[in-house]
Design a binder for this molecule. Structure first.
Ligand code: SF4
Length: 392
């Protein structure tokens, strides 16, 4: 099976050589390197291979000590990036270890990001024994580097190999645990006016790829062909676009397991149980309640119609409540006052990693806001919630 790309974030003060460290690891000019403090603003991502780790994305972030309103926004973006990485490098120089460094370590701990500490520019000033013993309390690898001369880079790579957790490499199987080699799985994929021209949407592509990886037989039909197909075949499982749940559930015999692409994705991303629980909050909605719709597309949304129109319309129609909807896309920061929301509804999240989605959803669940997803919401509203979730 294919290995997953590992995300490694690089954090530290302005002008302490983070960007040249990225370049030393990547072996090329990726980030802008300058002696002027604060050259990196938005996180800069670079894909590369590191021997011993495999494919990685290095995420170079702005300085954690940035000042002013713009500076605070940059620090906020760096913290957002921190929530999405599998491991991190905290870069220090000139034996400076103070509040910004302690705060970023607190964030590593909160978001369970394993990290390595690098004392960079050691050719200018080596690390003192006092700092060494202070950092010892974190029990993490500490490496002395001079990134401009690549001194210490091999030691850093060795430390990263030990630090990146095994789980960061493991591909998320979508259906591998539900089927055996040779099983036939039917995918119901409407290609209507809302479907993108000339291609399939990513959740469908990912499920097909996963079925092939697991040596299953993938059969794709549009809803119109489903009845005819089922007259001669009995698939092990049917996965449908949740938009056609109502029609499909009437056709599929009760003994054939049925679910949707977004419910399958919620299992792989590790939010299934939380969404399962959160769905019941639909029954408690009241007039005027605010709902947060979260779609994780990193560019043009492939599920815009379902998230922006179909679910809001269906939700109000079935509950009979007048509801207010807010929308957030990709990994943009969530609204400040999450306590204002009665419910959040997340898309399948096919374009983001497990960790990115988990940390995003945790910001709501930590405040007691119920969260569900597109597929479970439609299933609940069409009265087939138990049927499409009971097999898990
Ligand atoms: S990230 Fe979400 S909205 Fe975008 S294609 Fe995937 S499931 Fe749909």
């Amino acid at each position: 099976m294919k290995t997953k790309r590992v995300f490694i974030g690089i954090f530290g003060r302005r002008n302490n050589g983070k960007s040249s460290l990225v370049n030393a690891l990547a072996g090329q000019d990726v980030a802008i390197v300058s002696d002027v403090a604060g050259t990196t603003t938005d996180p800069v991502r670079k894909s590369m291979e590191i021997f011993g780790i495999g494919p990685v994305v290095l995420v170079d972030t702005a300085g954690i000590d940035d000042v002013g309103e713009l500076g605070r926004q940059r620090v906020r973006k760096s913290i957002e990036a921190l929530k999405t990485v599998d491991a991190a490098i905290l870069v220090l120089t000139h034996n400076v270890f103070d509040e910004p460094e302690q705060e970023i370590i607190r964030q590593f701990k909160t978001y369970e990001v394993p990290f390595v500490i690098v004392h960079n520019k050691s050719d200018e000033e080596p690390m003192s024994n006092t700092l060494k013993s202070e950092l010892g309390k974190w029990s993490v690898p500490i490496v002395e580097c001079a990134s401009n001369t690549k001194k210490g880079i091999d030691e850093l790579i060795t430390a990263l190999v030990k630090t990146v957790p095994e789980s960061a490499h493991q591909p998320d199987t979508l259906v591998g645990d539900l089927i055996a080699d040779g099983d036939e799985v039917c995918l119901v994929m409407p290609q209507d006016g809302e479907a993108p021209e000339g291609r399939l949407i990513l959740p469908q592509v990912q499920v097909i790829r996963d079925l092939l990886d697991n040596h299953a037989i993938a059969v794709a039909v549009q809803p119109e062909e489903l009845e005819n197909y089922l007259s001669t075949r009995k698939p092990k499982l049917i996965i449908t676009d949740s938009q056609v749940f109502a029609a499909v559930s009437k056709i599929v015999p009760a003994e054939v397991p049925l679910t949707s692409f977004s419910i399958i994705l919620s299992r792989a991303k590790g939010n299934f149980e939380l969404f399962l629980k959160g769905t019941s909050a639909i029954g408690n909605l009241r007039d005027g309640d605010h709902i947060l719709m979260m779609e994780s597309c990193t560019h043009v949304s492939s599920c815009e119609d379902i998230g922006r129109h179909k679910i809001p319309t269906l939700l109000q129609k079935v509950t009979g409540k007048r509801l207010q909807f807010d929308f957030v896309a990709a990994l943009e920061p969530l609204p400040e006052h999450l306590e204002n929301y009665a419910l959040a509804i997340q898309c399948g999240g096919c374009m983001v990693t497990k960790k990115q989605l988990r940390n995003r959803v945790a910001q709501l669940s930590d405040q007691g806001i119920p969260v569900t997803n597109y597929g479970m919401t439609i299933a609940y509203l069409t009265g087939i919630f138990a049927r499409v979730t009971e097999m898990f």
